[in-house]
Design a protein. Structure first.
Length: 135
């Protein structure tokens, strides 16, 4: 049961986000549907980074920076989603789309950079171990 706590929490947060995005506005516009799509993308990002299989505790440790980036993306998306639901038609659609796509790209680049850093650290670590073995 303990391994499902993360999924349950993530599901509850998704329900809360979708509920607020659908209950706050008086009418459903393109802005609302856009934030719903990007909310789901941010939760999928969270799911991918948090629940990816790790073979060892070392790999789990190396996942923490990408997990932090995906959590940051989720929080920023929640803020944008709530503000857009409140403002709704006051937010130009193109501006919202630009903000959402920029945030998505920036956050995924940062998540991928953290994965690249993990690979570099593992490479340096193995070279250090090999160097000490040769001595």
């Amino acid at each position: 049961m303990k391994k499902y706590y993360g999924l349950i929490i993530l599901g509850l947060l998704l329900i809360l986000t979708l509920f607020l995005a659908l209950i706050i506005p008086k009418e459903y516009t393109a802005q609302i549907w856009t934030i719903l799509v990007f909310d789901i993308i941010s939760f999928l990002s969270q799911f991918i980074t948090w629940f990816a299989k790790a073979k060892s505790s070392k790999e789990t440790f190396y996942k923490y920076p990408s997990m932090t980036m995906s959590s940051t993306y989720l929080i920023l998306q929640f803020i944008i989603s709530t503000l857009t639901a409140i403002i709704n038609t006051g937010m130009p659609f193109k501006l919202l789309l630009i903000i959402e796509v920029l945030l998505l790209v920036i956050m995924w680049v940062l998540i991928l950079f953290t994965s690249m850093a993990k690979d570099k650290i593992e490479s340096l670590d193995s070279r250090q171990k090999n160097h000490h073995i040769e001595l």
